[in-house]
Design a protein around this ligand. Structure first.
Ligand code: XIL
Length: 360
């Protein structure tokens, strides 16, 4: 009798195990591990081992309470999306317009956020007084130096770090034939760093560019330039990788980009992160949960890989704006897209939790 009972109990246990296994394996049974629940009152930056920033629009900070609320709550570093570019700050030869940039800097400091300056030198976003400027190389040098030093001095002690030179290479790895290179020669890059350093010796100075993850030639050219600047004692402290990337970018190329940047020994900033989904620029595309999960996986992998570099080199990760409605990507790509960790209502997307998970 006792034996029979034991026999029946064993069969029952076996059946239970089998049914549990089949549930686990059957398709459509749902994820085995539920997605992490991030309490609504938590801030992203409090969960991260390095600063997490957003590039922000002054207009939205001033006029959209949901936007400014999310920025202040979730992030602890801030970049001006446009307000510190040459044309915005220095619209005519003898006038500077500090209003918008000052507004952002003061707001950031009041909210204990770090400010990263973007950008002192770039081949574009230049006002016409610069693109049509006539002068010899000494006059051009003076123009460039005066702009850099006036801006860095104005924000001295408030802006922690600067993108000194932005996007100086083509995707082929060839130095860009920019107005600055045309007027001032190849070594203007080094002088930009020296001028910035003279104006604020405490500011951390970055070289910033895109394409590290998709162009080996460009990544190598940037690495070589940085190593050459370092060996000459030029004050350069960081490398910014924009990472305007896609949900299809491979693990290997993302890893190569991050490890090559870290091999410079400089601080590494993922400075303009967004993960676009509409790579074929389909006009009628909609944002599905599959796309959301694929995007989250890329965000997670990028953060996870970044988190493996030495702690002293982790300057932080900055997303290029906040919510999908604010992204520059649809305008740039000419197609709908959803590249950011917050949706059009500033609700957290799967990418948000993925960033936090990636940093664990
Ligand atoms: C973009 C802004 O997001 C847009 O609003 C603006 O119209 C053009 O510039 N690389 C950079 C950023 O370094 O400054 C660019 O920002 C995006 C690409």
């Amino acid at each position: 009798m006792i034996l029979m009972k034991k026999y029946f109990i064993s069969i029952a246990v076996l059946l239970l195990i089998l049914s549990a296994c089949s549930k686990k394996d059957s398709p459509g049974a749902g994820p085995v591990t539920p997605p992490p629940v991030i309490p609504v009152d938590t801030s992203m930056y409090k969960m991260m081992p390095f600063p997490v920033g957003a590039a922000v629009s002054v207009n939205l900070m001033q006029n959209n309470i949901k936007y400014s609320g999310v920025v202040k709550k979730e992030y602890n570093s801030l970049t001006a999306e446009n307000a510190m570019k040459f044309g915005a700050l220095h619209p005519s030869a003898n006038s500077y317009n500090w209003n918008d940039a000052d507004y952002l800097v003061n707001l950031a400091l009041l909210n204990n956020m770090r400010v990263h300056g973007h950008t002192l030198n770039w081949y574009t976003s230049l006002p016409t007084w610069v693109t049509s400027f006539v002068g010899d190389s000494a006059a051009w040098e003076n123009l460039m130096k005066t702009h850099i030093q006036t801006v860095v001095t104005h924000f001295k002690g408030k802006v922690t770090s600067w993108d000194v030179v932005n996007e100086d290479f083509e995707d082929t790895g060839i130095p860009r034939n920019s107005i600055w290179r045309q007027k001032l020669g190849n070594d203007y890059v080094a002088r930009c760093f020296q001028y910035a350093n003279q104006a604020d010796p405490d500011a951390l100075l970055f070289y910033n560019d895109y394409g590290h993850e998709y162009s080996t030639a460009k990544r190598t050219a940037i690495y070589n330039m940085i190593m050459s600047l370092k060996s000459r004692g030029i004050p350069i402290h960081g490398i910014g990788m924009q990472f305007h990337t896609t949900h299809t970018q491979s693990d290997a190329t993302i890893r190569d980009a991050i490890t090559t940047a870290a091999a410079t020994g400089l601080k590494v900033h993922i400075s303009e992160l967004d993960v676009r989904l509409n790579i074929n620029r389909v006009q009628g595309l909609t944002f599905t949960s599959t796309l959301a999960q694929q995007q989250a996986a890329r965000y997670k992998f990028i953060v996870q890989t970044y988190n493996t570099i030495p702690a002293a080199q982790k300057f932080g990760i900055t997303t290029w704006n906040v919510g999908d409605a604010d992204s520059w990507v649809p305008g740039w790509q000419g197609a709908p897209d959803w590249p950011l960790p917050f949706d059009t209502n500033y609700l957290r997307k799967p990418a948000y939790a993925a960033i936090i998970e990636g940093a664990k």
